[in-house]
Every structure is written in C-alpha cells, then in structure tokens.
Write a protein that binds this ligand. Structure first.
Ligand code: MF3
Ligand code: CO
Ligand code: CO
Length: 257
C-alpha cells in the first residue's frame, strides 16, 4: 500500500478541493469564535462548530479521529493543545484556543486561533500577540525547495526574543488527502535542516507558545489514542494555525474566509 503520510504534489483538482475545505474550516472557526462568551461551556461552543460544519455540508474531521469524541479542540489557558470540550464554563480573562478541522470531498482544512475573553491581563494579551506573530513569521519563512527547519528557526528566534518558549515535540504537519502526514513542521530548528518543502503540497504552521517552561504534561482522553497537553508549570500557552499551499514561487494561506 502507498505510504499515506508521504507528501505528493496535488493535482489542480485536488488543490481546488483543498481550497474549499480550508475556506470552510476558516468559516467554521470564525463563526464559532464569535459565540464564545463568559459562562458558556466549551461543549456548547463545540456544538456550534459541529452544527455549522454540517450546515455547510462538511464533516468535522476530529469526530472519531483515533477515538477523539468532539468536533473541535478547545484549549483553555494552561492547556497547550487538544483540549477536550466539556462542562468547563468560560471565565472572564480566559484565553481560549479553538482548533477546527473540516473534511470536504476527501480533503482536510485545519486552522485555529486563540481568543481572549473579557478582561484579559496585559501579560496574557502579550502572549497571544506573540503566538500570532510567531505563526506569521514562521509562514513568511516558507519557501518552495526550502526546509521545514527554516520555519522552526525563525519561529523559535522570535519567540525566545519575546521571552517565551516554543513546544518542541508537537507542531505542524502535512495535510491534504490525510489529516496528519509528512512533513513535521517544528516551531524550532536549524536553517537548511529538517524536511524539504515541496511545491504543490500543503502543510500547517501551528506553533505553540508558552509563557514559562516548554515542558508539558500529557493527559489521556477517555477511549481515545489522542492525548491532551498542559504546561508543566501551569502558566499560559497560546497557539494559532493556518493551512498553507506551497506554490512554485511561494505559498498561499488557504484557511482564510
Ligand atoms: N487540529 C489538530 C491539529 O492541529 C489535531 C486535532 S486531532 C484531535 O493538528 F483528534 F484531537 F481532534
Ligand atoms: Co494541525
Ligand atoms: Co488544528
């Protein structure tokens, strides 16, 4: 059987399908984020995302993915990623990453953002700002025939300068016909190292930026192979994610409305 993880250039028709899936993912993310309010549970937000995805004739790719039970990941404050929506009530001052992956016509679009609820502290606001800029600086380092290490190098340099840390073990990934494929896209690295960036493939850039230590604790999710992660020191973590198409001259961000 063909290696499903390997990134092969997409055909014109497949690129069109990626554009659609990614645009839908962006729509679902933005729609869901608008509803986030103090007192609401993360389960309620998850339901909004799932219902809206269905109304767009698309599928929430996370449902049933390695046994994951929800449509979205909602990672609050110290949760680094894969936060499981539940009965947690959103509080004033929370930072909340909503991560949406939509499947449409066999192709995947993956995007997330960290939103700020009510009166957020200056330090948390600065962390969220750094996480957004870290993603954008990583994206700007993307060059066809370049290396994933170029992305990680720029991301980590920026984050470190701002006094934060990046998660090293988890990162971006190839995406397209599969949800998670090659290459691994790290938030740290060396220029010219890592995997080669191939034109007409897609991958995500999704650095996780921590206020304190880059160490994290792994926690199980019932009946699932997916784990969720929290910062070891209990300090905040923030993240943004886009899915990109690599072209022969640069890249395009596909997860935009
Ligand atoms: N959307 C996540 C990512 O950015 C993956 C979530 S997998 C799940 O790669 F099963 F936890 F939903
Ligand atoms: Co992703
Ligand atoms: Co995601």
């Amino acid at each position: 059987m063909a290696n499903q993880r390997k990134q092969l250039p997409l055909s014109k028709d497949e690129i069109l399908k990626m554009r659609v899936a990614c645009n839908l993912a962006a729509k679902v993310l933005n729609h869901t984020a608008k509803f986030a309010k103090i007192g609401m549970t993360t389960n309620e937000l998850d339901l909004i995302a799932d219902d809206y995805t269905k109304s767009l004739n698309a599928i929430s790719a996370c449902v049933g993915y390695h046994g994951y039970p929800k449509a979205t990941c909602i990672s609050v404050n110290k949760v680094v990623c894969h936060g499981l929506p539940g009965e947690y009530k959103i509080k004033d001052g929370d930072i909340l990453n909503i991560d949406v992956t939509v499947k449409k016509d066999g192709f995947y679009g993956d995007t997330s953002k960290t939103i700020m609820i009510g009166n957020v502290s200056k330090s948390a606001t600065e962390l969220v700002d750094a996480a957004y800029k870290a993603m954008m600086i990583g994206i700007e380092a993307v060059k066809p025939h370049g290396f994933t290490g170029d992305i990680g190098f720029e991301t980590n340099k920026y984050v470190t300068r701002r006094g934060y840390t990046t998660i090293k073990e988890i990162g971006g990934h190839g995406i397209g016909r599969v949800f998670h494929g090659d290459p691994f896209v790290p938030a740290f690295g060396k220029k010219g190292k890592g995997e080669k960036i191939i034109p007409w493939t897609c991958f995500t850039v999704e650095p996780m930026v921590n206020e304190g230590t880059d160490e994290f604790i792994e926690k199980p999710i019932a009946h699932s192979d997916i784990k969720y992660y929290e910062t070891k020191d209990g300090k905040l973590s923030a993240q943004f994610e886009h899915t990109l198409l690599i072209t022969d001259v640069g890249y395009e961000i596909l997860t935009l409305e």
